[in-house]
Ligand binder design. Structure first.
Ligand SMILES: [Zn+2]
Length: 326
């Protein structure tokens, strides 16, 4: 019964995350995947919503799904007799309580939790300032995390009788995790905001070094273009660009196999590479890079390759921006 409950609860968390992901996809925001881990689940949504209302709907979908699931398990509990002496009924009871708890906990207004995202969407909608809205919502997230740690610690040393000492320890760990997540989310927003003022042209490497698709990785690594950092090699098959080879493509193949692996096998095929326009802003380029799990992207103008932008170049823009704005 414990194993079945555990599995069904994980399925519930997956359903919660699926709700976030499906809404994101419906609004054209790519989702890389869903990760289930010890603290719950995370949808890997590759870019933020462009409008407060979309952010609100996307965030609200998760807790709403959890509450609906709680309702479903409540009905099952009732159908199986709603009695404490029947194992099946106990399982349904635990599941409806846990899902209700999950929905309620996620509605707590601390970014980056769902409630924090809802708070940000409100602040963003009212003030029209995405940056400030994120800052305040993150501060609330940090505040909540410290509160959680405090309650956890007080329970651990039996100062307050709300939770068992072991549950208190769990709350402390959860608080530490949430505090880190809030701080990191804010830093990520800061980086993206810094990049928003720049265009692809500001970070453009105006060269297009090519390697033949049949070259081995060992040979490709010896080419002069691969000696510079950062680099981005365009893989060609009879003058036609068929893919991109960046540092990440090399890192994925063990060095011992560089002699037998061709550029064509290690490259990211052109169809999977998002091309960047010269006027595209640097923040959305970084998000495209993350979405495609690449460290460099080709820049295209009027259907012609004019160079590439690498993650290192974007990082340099962030540093330059921070030095200018100290
Ligand atoms: Zn959620």
């Amino acid at each position: 019964m414990a194993v079945a409950s555990g599995l069904l609860f994980f399925a519930s968390i997956l359903t919660h995350e699926m709700a976030h992901s499906l809404i994101a996809r419906a609004y054209g925001i790519p989702v890389k995947g869903i990760t289930l881990f010890i603290f719950g689940g995370v949808s890997q949504i590759t870019r933020e919503a462009k409008r407060p209302l979309v952010e609100f709907i996307m965030a609200f979908a998760g807790p709403a799904t959890s509450v609906l699931l709680a309702g479903l398990f409540l009905v099952l509990w009732w159908l199986t007799g709603a009695h404490d002496d029947r194992p099946l009924a106990v399982m349904w009871e635990w599941l409806w309580l846990m899902n209700l708890g999950l929905g309620a906990f996620n509605l707590a207004p601390g970014f980056p939790m769902d409630g924090g995202r809802i708070l940000r969407s409100f602040l963003w909608g009212v003030t029209g300032n995405y940056r400030k809205a994120t800052l305040w919502a993150s501060r609330c997230g940090q505040g909540m995390a410290y509160l959680l740690m405090l309650v956890g610690f007080a329970s651990m040393v039996r100062l307050i009788p709300i939770f068992e000492p072991m549950s208190g320890l769990w709350l402390v760990v959860l608080g530490m995790f949430l505090e880190g997540a809030a701080r990191q989310s804010w830093r990520q927003t800061e980086v993206l905001e810094a990049l928003r003022v720049y265009r692809a042209a500001d970070a453009l490497n105006p060269s297009c070094p090519t390697v033949d698709v049949r070259l081995t990785l060992a040979e490709a690594a010896e080419t002069p273009a691969a000696q510079t950092r950062p680099f981005c090699l365009f893989v060609t098959d009879q003058e036609r660009v068929v893919g991109v080879l960046g540092p990440a493509s090399f890192a994925e193949v063990p060095r011992a196999r560089w002699l037998t692996t061709t550029a064509g096998e290690a490259m990211t095929p052109a169809a999977q590479v998002p091309a960047v326009g010269r006027d595209e802003d640097a923040a959305s380029i970084l998000q495209s890079m993350d979405g495609a799990e690449m460290t460099c992207l080709p820049v295209v103008e009027d259907g012609h390759l004019v160079g590439y932008v690498s993650r290192d170049d974007l990082l340099r823009l962030v540093l330059r921006h921070q030095q200018l704005n100290v």
